[in-house]
Design a protein around this ligand. Structure first.
Ligand SMILES: Nc1nc(=O)c2c([nH]1)NC[C@@H]1CN(c3ccc(C(=O)N[C@@H](CCC(=O)O)C(=O)O)cc3)C=[N+]21
Length: 282
């Protein structure tokens, strides 16, 4: 079996090595993968993430183009930037950093991205392709969770999987991906009657609720595999949605924060960008 601590950082490093090799091959065919990242406003957390994405692109040989727009940019202007990137032959992937300011309709912007360049996997057609288990871009965090579990030799088929949280960007898509892997999937959320009773059934528990250390040891079955998608900044570092120290005593495997799901998200974004560029190299 795998180590108890599921090493997202290490696994993502391995994936990035594989991608760097593939990018070298693409470059021999005169294709350099290109990722456009659009950032609206100056939210510090968003800036951190966007910089991490840019750094990773540079390290792998992906051209990264960052477009920063002011907080008060009109929706029309943002949509016209997306149109330009849709039509830019050197751009294989477009990522509009979320959240967007309140005056902009997020769905309208995500819908505008060409599905062929939707490396974030947030376009309705990309989501539809997940539902139908058809080829297409998978959202980076859900895909990263599955990839981390598989590469850590965690079996999904026939397992009782519980997803806590039902967001469009993590909860819902990861539930579908687990279903496609033949797990038996339950989605629990804020209106679920007895959350602990449901989470205690889980062989595999994925927590994406956005509440610091909400999942405690009493909510976890002995031997469960626990995946923590939460990120909360505290004085002395980062915490997840799972009370790591107590839950790790009960779990057979658990992702840390930091160093778990987060790095996998970036690796899968890069993987999607390379996948998109591959279609240019024929
Ligand atoms: N269009 C869009 N696509 C996204 O994929 C997207 C987004 N918007 N908005 C924000 C969230 C968040 N996200 C993370 C990426 C990497 C880490 C990551 O690498 N975390 C490190 C720690 C980094 C740190 O120190 O903050 C870790 O967990 O080890 C975390 C979170 C992508 N997001």
């Amino acid at each position: 079996m795998q180590d108890k601590i599921l090493d997202g950082k290490g696994v993502s490093a391995k994936i990035k090595e594989e991608l760097a090799e593939e990018i070298k091959e693409l470059q021999k065919k005169n294709v350099t993968p290109g990722l456009a990242v659009v950032l609206v406003g100056e939210d510090p957390a968003s800036q951190v993430y966007v910089n991490m994405k840019e750094k990773t692109c540079n390290a792998l040989g992906i051209v990264s183009r960052k477009h920063v727009l002011p907080e008060d940019v009109s929706e029309e202007k943002l949509l016209s930037m997306v149109d330009d990137l849709n039509n830019d032959p050197e751009i294989d992937g477009i990522l509009v950093q979320l959240p967007l300011p309140g005056h902009i309709d997020e769905n309208k912007v995500l819908d505008r991205i060409k599905v062929e360049k939707d490396v974030d996997g947030f376009h309705p057609e990309s989501i539809g392709r997940v539902v139908l288990a058809q080829d297409g871009f998978r959202a980076a965090t859900p895909a990263g969770i599955i990839e981390l579990l598989k590469r850590s030799n965690v079996t999904l088929e026939g397992k009782e999987a519980v997803v806590l949280g039902r967001s469009n960007i993590v909860g819902k898509p990861v539930a579908l991906l687990l279903l496609n892997e033949n797990a038996t999937v339950t989605v629990a959320h804020s209106r679920t009657k007895d959350i602990a009773e449901v989470t205690r059934r889980a062989d595999i528990l994925v927590v994406a609720v956005g509440r610091k250390e909400m999942v405690t040891a009493d909510m976890v079955k002995q031997g469960a595999v626990v995946v923590d998608v939460g990120i909360h900044r505290v004085e002395d570092g980062l915490k997840g949605d799972v009370a790591f120290e107590e839950v790790k005593e009960k779990a057979s495997a658990i992702t840390p924060v930091p160093g778990g799901v987060g790095p996998m998200t970036i690796a899968m974004l890069m993987s999607n960008t390379v996948k998109s560029a591959r279609k240019r190299a024929i």
